[in-house]
Design a protein. Structure first.
Length: 641
């Protein structure tokens, strides 16, 4: 009898286990794609910079759970330097103020994050965030901290829970930290790790497994993309995240000099990636996003396949409401500098370009105007569910509206190009990068020239002087092999200023000056190699140099328009006025038909509603026309039959 009962219990267990396994697999298979629509949430950077405390963060999370979560804002993210002690002398690029564990990994500053004491990390914070129905995120830097390398901490073998050993030796931080590849905008803070070494990959694995153990749902990975591109580290992190038993959304930041060609190398590895520099509350920053969004939509990059789901080009956080200043040690203390029209323009572009929506303002001081803007149901519907999103070029504009006489009508065209040129960076896979060649100057000094002209405007090639890097005797042994075939690029024959590949601090998109010259030094940012295909490749980022013409004005001007289709057949049309004066913007139904041939708009009758004014009107003479305020926008919903 005992044997029969035992056998019955065993069969019951086996049946339940099999049912559980099948159910779990079915649930996993039926689970919707990770980041199936652009992620939405809140990030602490625009309002607190790096100084936020546990109390302030949880206060913010509580408000978000009540006010913004019902509108899809589900992530709450602690931005950079949560491990830095907030004491005199500490600032974004200071050295020696970080809290690290025995394995050289960053852990929260216990004075600002008291629940982290006793080795708990962010575990308690994540639990509280999850109890509010939210998801918890953190900002992390590239590679390994300079502080850990200086301390030469051992590396954790996360699979065994002991110090990593290989070939009979214990590996340490100095073995994997690459001092020649410091983060360009935080050179005292973080270094790349040597991912060719198993020890380097083991260190990265220990980092992200720890984040998963803490309960992290979102990782914002900085200084590995754009000018700071590190495909090897991105690939390894993506691989580790796929191995975890819980999904973690993977985001890349920042994104200076990003092109669609470069982004194609990472889109399958991540869920979102920045395609601009830091966006702050100035009109120049908002306007600078129009060209880059156009390029990424034309390249079919919006919602491409990504890590465990989809991948979204990210236009950066929304600096609306109550803010601080970049790099500040002071918390929120001022209102956004954007007026309401400019805020509507920003929010509308972010929505229709399907950028992730990460609000940056202080939610403890969230005014109704800002709240209504970031939760506008039409904008959120467009952001999540619209399709065929693209810039619509067939529009006309009438500027200087004072009467019906002497108005000027123009079609949207590319801005006039001046004779100005700037050095830019692109993926070396981009065929346009192969435009460099050598011209003899004298025996010791040669020129490398970019010979691609921009129409008939640029007649003379852009040239740089090349020379081999000069090293002292001590440096000779260290750098000779590493920089073999590498060279400096000089602005003149005087050998005083060399071309660098990365900015030295976080810049806004309007400030970023590609390819700046600075005094020559033994810096990997200033090392270049001319390939056999005619490309100039930088040693720091692995990106290649190109020469771009620049528009006569640094800030784009004129008129722009975007279109998209809704999930119930409606058509969204957004008119943007980048001009410094009120402008009437118009489009025809026949031109809409060119962009949306599947809609069969020929002969259609359309009704239209403009969101910001609330006006409903019919489309007469097959023409859509709206007067749009300076820096403002009109958002139209068309229903055609």
């Amino acid at each position: 009898m005992k044997k029969i009962i035992t056998f019955s219990c065993y069969m019951c267990f086996l049946f339940c286990f099999t049912l559980y396994r099948v159910s779990s697999e079915t649930l996993w298979q039926n689970e919707p794609d990770h980041a199936s629509s652009p992620p939405r949430g809140w990030n602490s950077y625009d309002s607190f910079c790096w100084t936020i405390s546990e109390e302030e963060f949880l206060q913010s999370a509580e408000i978000i759970s009540k006010r913004l979560l019902p509108h899809g804002y589900e992530y709450v993210v602690v931005d950079y330097l949560w491990y830095r002690r907030k004491v005199p002398g500490a600032y974004p690029d200071s050295l020696g103020f970080d809290v690290i564990d025995e394995w050289g990994r960053m852990i929260p500053d216990p004075d600002r994050w008291p629940s982290s004491r006793g080795g708990k990390g962010f575990t308690e914070v994540a639990k509280k965030v999850h109890s509010m129905g939210l998801k918890f995120g953190i900002h992390v830097m590239r590679g390994i901290s300079t502080q850990a390398v200086n301390a030469n901490t051992p590396i954790l073998d996360a699979t065994k829970g002991v110090a990593y050993e290989e070939s009979g030796r214990q590996w340490r931080a100095k073995d994997i930290g690459r001092r020649e590849r410091a983060c360009a905008w935080m050179p005292h803070g973080f270094l790349s790790v040597n991912t060719e070494l198993l020890a380097g990959r083991t260190f990265l694995r220990s980092l992200y497994k720890q984040y998963a153990e803490w309960g992290v749902d979102f990782v914002k990975h900085d200084c590995v993309f754009g000018d700071d591109l590190d495909i090897a580290e991105i690939s390894i992190v993506s691989e580790v995240l796929k191995e975890l038993d819980r999904p973690i959304l993977y985001s890349l930041s920042p994104g200076t000099s990003v092109t669609p060609t470069m982004a194609k190398d990472v889109r399958g590895l991540v869920n979102m990636y920045r395609i601009t520099g830091d966006d702050w509350d100035t009109w120049g920053d908002v306007a600078s996003h129009f060209n880059v969004t156009r390029d990424f939509s034309m390249a079919d990059m919006i919602g491409a396949k990504g890590l465990r789901g989809k991948s979204w080009p990210d236009l950066d956080m929304l600096p609306l409401g109550w803010l601080t200043d970049p790099g500040s040690n002071q918390g929120p203390h001022r209102k956004s500098n954007l007026n309401l029209d400019e805020q509507r323009t920003q929010m509308t572009l972010w929505a229709i370009a399907k950028s992730p929506l990460m609000f940056g303002g202080d939610v403890r001081n969230l005014d109704e105007t800002t709240f209504n803007l970031i939760t506008d149901p039409t904008l959120l519907e467009i952001n999540s569910f619209s399709s065929n999103n693209m810039e619509f070029p067939y529009i006309t504009g009438t500027k200087g509206i004072t009467s019906n006489k002497n108005v000027v009508t123009r079609h949207l065209t590319e801005a006039d190009v001046s004779d100005s040129r700037v050095f830019g960076l692109t993926s070396c896979k981009n065929p346009k990068s192969n435009g460099w060649s050598v011209e003899d100057f004298d025996e010791d000094l040669e020129q490398i020239c970019w010979k691609e002209n921009f129409g008939k405007i640029l007649k003379e090639p852009s040239c740089l002087y090349k020379r081999k890097p000069l090293f002292s005797l001590d440096e000779e042994m260290i750098y000779k092999q590493q920089y073999q075939k590498k060279l400096h690029l000089l602005s003149s024959g005087g050998m005083e200023f060399c071309l660098g590949a990365s900015p030295k601090r976080k810049l806004t998109s309007k400030e970023f000056n590609r390819g700046s010259f600075s005094p020559c030094r033994q810096d990997t940012n200033q090392m270049w190699e001319l390939t056999t295909s005619g490309a100039l490749m930088n040693s720091y980022s692995g990106l290649c140099a190109i020469v771009n013409s620049v528009e006569a004005n640094a800030v784009p001007s004129g008129i722009r328009s975007w279109i998209a289709t809704g999930r119930t057949g409606e058509i969204y049309v957004a008119f943007f006025n980048l001009n410094p004066e009120k402008t009437v913007i118009s489009a025809t139904i026949s031109d809409l038909a060119k962009a949306l041939p599947e809609k069969n708009l020929t002969g259609a009758s359309c009704k239209c509603q403009e969101i910001w004014s609330g006006k409903d009107f019919g489309v007469t003479n097959k023409l859509i026309s709206m007067a749009v305020e300076m820096h403002g926008c009109a958002l139209l919903i068309l229903n055609c039959s």
